[in-house]
Design a protein around this ligand. Structure first.
Ligand SMILES: NC(=O)c1ccc[n+]([C@@H]2O[C@H](COP(=O)([O-])OP(=O)(O)OC[C@H]3O[C@@H](n4cnc5c(N)ncnc54)[C@H](OP(=O)(O)O)[C@@H]3O)[C@@H](O)[C@H]2O)c1
Length: 247
């Protein structure tokens, strides 16, 4: 992916990694459109930073299509989709409320990115230098006890990304997977206060530098995520599970 001169839609750009990347990418010379459910936050961020903005709920198929139409009407030169939006909710498979969380997680984290890619695929293939960026997690490879459906949703994203890259080969569309480690955002309540987690700015610095230095990258792996990403390959799976579940 080239690092400047793009027009980028970040679905899930109202907070956390998406917002931090939106600012860095705009500073690097890209036009950035952010998306999310919270229209008031979108309006404030658009006014403060000069981003484009689109209301979107990726758990609602009709919302994804109407947001796509609005974004492309305003930005017909859009060439990068970042499917950032996601939720992480604790669940306990031994308790009765497990199914609600599991269904919500799969609807948002699995079907949401699939809906986004489906909505933008035709347009992106008609653009030169197009990129789809997906967002998985180190937990796709090493499970956190608290969040079975979340871990599995990110494993889906990893394998889906690997697979669609094969299908987009020979088109103008590059497919890149961000694989963040645990970061200080508010993905889960209180997570931004956990000192053991990587500060968001450090993550975005390293990510921007990897994107700039490796334009043909398939996965963006910051150093902190490698023990989780490669735990099985390294024969350190049990130790990695113990480490992840020690917090
Ligand atoms: N932070 C970490 O430790 C970590 C680690 C690995 C992977 N990740 C992944 O990174 C991504 C961003 O997480 P984050 O840490 O930046 O969390 P965050 O601050 O909670 O941001 C989540 C973003 O997703 C949007 N969103 C959530 N549900 C949505 C929906 N149904 N439709 C549209 N937008 C929706 C939110 O916007 P609205 O609320 O305005 O809709 C927000 O912009 C997620 O996919 C997460 O799984 C995070």
């Amino acid at each position: 992916m080239r690092i400047s001169g793009n027009t980028i839609f970040i679905a899930g750009g109202t907070s956390g990694i998406g917002l931090a990347l939106a600012q860095r990418l705009q500073n690097a010379g890209n036009t950035v459109v952010i998306g999310g459910r919270r229209t008031d936050v979108l309006d404030r961020l658009a006014a403060e930073h000069g981003f484009g903005a689109a209301t979107i709920d990726i758990s609602d198929p009709a919302s994804v299509v109407s947001a796509r139409d609005a974004v492309l009407a305003a930005h017909p030169d859009l060439n990068v989709l970042i499917a950032m939006a996601g939720i992480m909710v604790a669940e306990d498979v031994t308790k009765a409320d497990f199914l609600e969380v599991a269904e919500r997680t799969i609807d948002t984290n699995v079907l949401g990115p699939v809906r986004l890619i489906s909505a933008f695929s035709e347009h992106l293939q008609a653009r030169p230098d197009a990129t789809i960026v997906t967002v998985s997690s180190g937990l796709a490879h090493t499970p956190l006890r608290l969040t079975p459906s979340y871990n599995a949703s990110k494993a889906f994203i990893h394998q889906f990304t690997e697979s669609i890259r094969l299908q987009f080969a020979g088109t103008s569309v590059q497919v890149i997977e961000l694989v963040p480690p645990a970061l200080r955002t508010e993905l889960m309540p209180g997570q931004s206060q956990v000192e053991a987690f990587l500060p968001l700015d450090d993550y975005v610095d390293e990510t921007m530098s990897l994107l700039a230095s490796r334009p043909a990258a398939t996965e963006i792996l910051v150093e902190r995520v490698k023990p989780l990403r490669f735990s099985e390959v390294n024969g350190a799976y049990e130790q990695a599970i113990a480490m992840v579940n020690s917090h």
